[in-house]
Design a protein around this ligand. Structure first.
Ligand code: SF4
Length: 365
């Protein structure tokens, strides 16, 4: 920990926090940084850090994943997706491939990808074969995809978009009279694109302290200190603790590209249900590249999977901050990274996987 981070920690410890203060962090990246830096163990005992809904793999609706698997299995395509989507299981019978990786093992041409540029290059390299790009992610994933869509697209490129906006999930939590947290750490990378001001509603409408934070221990501690001070003073406001990359109104160019490419729609979140105006889908100008339209026959099948979770999996409650990963009765037993039952144990941004990896790291030492 840097000297500046240590100084912030001392300032935080010096605050007269008598009552429990529950701080929700929205972002899976934050949860990873908090856990890897061991911040929970050094904070005052009155502060509880709660992982929230910011893991795109965890909330990707089962029906979209099922649709991607069916397209990969039954159509002569190359299906490309960001790496951690490949192992996410869907809830199907034992005879059927339950993930994109399993589909790959059944002969489907499924490939992990690290950037939209790779997808474009692949589509151009094989003009006689369709490439389907399965995009599940938040604003930070959708913005580079929108940038890709500015270039002329090869006719053989189709997109299966399962994009999500972050703030509506927090708004959903805050609509509950008992949201389960007292202050919010807003996601720094989303705020880079959308601006810190997008989180002002937490303060103005719900009267909770909020801070935008980056991913270093120092930036996170600055965020915790900012919200703790506001909470003690009973004067909530929004503080930007990541000013080196986050501005009040974000990246206008990226926002313009998002608007050009995507329409905001009501969208399902896995295990949670439909959240109004929380999804990105392609604008009609991209209909020729919209995999949902091109493979509409599979949609009816995929709809049967709406909202399902593997039996016994509590990912929905983990994602909403209602329980901690270790509260799930499958955690560490039936569900481990090498045989994940739910999506939160698959992704590097899933709280269950992060907590499990941390415990394993501590055991190893
Ligand atoms: Fe789901 Fe596994 Fe986490 Fe339980 S431990 S909530 S089954 S991912």
């Amino acid at each position: 920990m840097s000297a500046d981070a240590r100084a912030l920690l001392e300032q935080l410890r010096a605050l007269p926090l008598q009552q429990p203060l529950r701080i929700l962090n929205v972002c899976g990246g934050h949860e990873r940084s908090i856990t890897q830096a061991g911040l929970r163990s050094v904070l005052p005992a009155t502060i509880e850090l709660i992982p929230g809904p910011g893991c795109p793999v965890c909330i990707c609706p089962e029906e979209d994943l099922y649709l991607a698997i069916q397209i990969a299995l039954h159509e002569p395509v190359t299906l490309m997706a960001f790496g951690d989507m490949l192992r996410v299981p869907v809830n199907v019978g034992k005879q059927q491939p339950a993930s994109l990786s399993a589909a790959q093992a059944h002969g489907a041409d499924v490939r992990p990808v690290a950037s939209p540029a790779e997808v474009l290059a692949q589509a151009r390299a094989q003009p006689d074969k369709t490439v389907v790009f399965f995009v599940a992610g938040f604003e930070t994933t959708c913005a580079p995809v929108a940038a890709m869509l500015q270039a002329p697209l090869p006719a053989n490129l189709k997109l299966l978009i399962s994009g999500r906006l972050t703030w509506p999930a927090v708004a959903l939590l805050l609509a509950d009279p008992n949201p389960g947290f007292d202050a919010l750490i807003a996601p720094g990378h989303v705020a880079t694109v959308m601006g810190a001001e997008q989180w002002r509603f937490v303060v103005t409408q719900h009267h909770l302290p909020a801070a935008v934070a980056g991913f270093s221990a120092q930036s996170l501690l600055a965020g915790f200190y900012a919200v703790a001070k506001q909470w003690l003073a009973g004067a909530p406001t929004l503080v930007n603790c990541y000013p080196e990359v986050v501005s009040a109104h974000g990246n206008r160019n990226a926002q313009a590209m998002l608007e050009h490419c995507f329409q905001v729609v009501d969208a399902p979140w896995r295990g949670i249900g439909v959240i109004p105006a929380s999804g990105y889908d392609l604008q009609p100008r991209f209909d020729a590249h919209n995999a949902r339209l091109h493979y509409a026959d599979y949609q009816a099948q995929s709809r049967r999977h709406i909202g399902t979770m593997p039996p016994g999996c509590d990912c929905a409650k983990v994602v909403l901050g209602k329980i901690r990963p270790t509260d799930c009765r499958l955690y560490g037993g039936l569900c481990r990274p090498e045989h994940p039952v739910g999506p939160c144990m698959v992704s590097d941004e899933g709280a269950c996987r992060i907590w499990w990896a941390d415990a394993a790291r501590r055991d190893a030492h």
